[in-house]
Design a protein around this ligand. Sequence first.
Ligand SMILES: [Zn+2]
Length: 298
Amino acid sequence: MRGRWPAASCIYPFRIGDLPACVVSDGPLALPPPADVWKSVPESALHADLAAAFLPADRTEVEQNALLLEAAGQTLLFDAGLGDAHPYGPHSGRLVRSLAEAGIEPDAIDAVILTHAHSDQCWGLTLADGTPRFPDARIYISQIEFDFWAGEPAGERLARSVAGFRRHVLPLRDRITFLRDGEEFLPGITALATPGHTPGHTSHRITSGDAALCLAADVVHHSLISFRHAAAAAIFDVDPAQAVRTRAALLSRLADERTEMLGYHLAWPGLGHVQRDGTAFRFLPTPMRLVGADDIMR
Ligand SMILES: [Zn+2]
């Protein structure tokens, strides 16, 4: 019937060299207004940039681009989404539906690799009753990240993350494998310490043949502002100064190496390259690459 299309697909299959990969959305988030997120950017400049880019000033709209990857004979999921909580609007929590669209049930996930332990990465690890959502999955996380949140750091700003960590990550302690900076913990997947947003925030370099993708997670939060105002910390950064240094270093490296990146919160599906723009940067989305029917996962 005319106009009765199925709901929008929330998966984006692609390849990294020989590796089947798929961005699977946990649904978009509506965060506080940009002026409340990037407080060091003059509000007038921020609003001018947003208006020029056709973006709203009353809320910050970001994605949740988790990555599904077939590598090392395993089905890997990078970050687990927000789960059943909806602190940032009604559209989050659809990761399991997105995985189903990709033909993957939760019990097919062999490992969940957490870039860090904020709500939108790790609250999806368990169901409301505490049952693991991915029953057969090992969990990889930086030891520094685990120790930081397990140590229950004080402060009102961290309280919700501490409580969420205690609820969704700590009970899975016996499934966890700790990551170290520079470690190739699975063939072709190397952990890169990118601290600041959180103390143990970890990016990943995924390689296959000559192809490489840097999963940069929350080193950037926004396709425009995190690049144009790369020197501005976001309120979510645990150590703002370190987050700014890490962002400058990683974006410089990706621009110079011409390495493609995936940003968890960047405009769907979050894949693109980094270009230098004076002392700042620009994010250039990757054009759609249709994979053949034979290439589509499962
Ligand atoms: Zn985060």
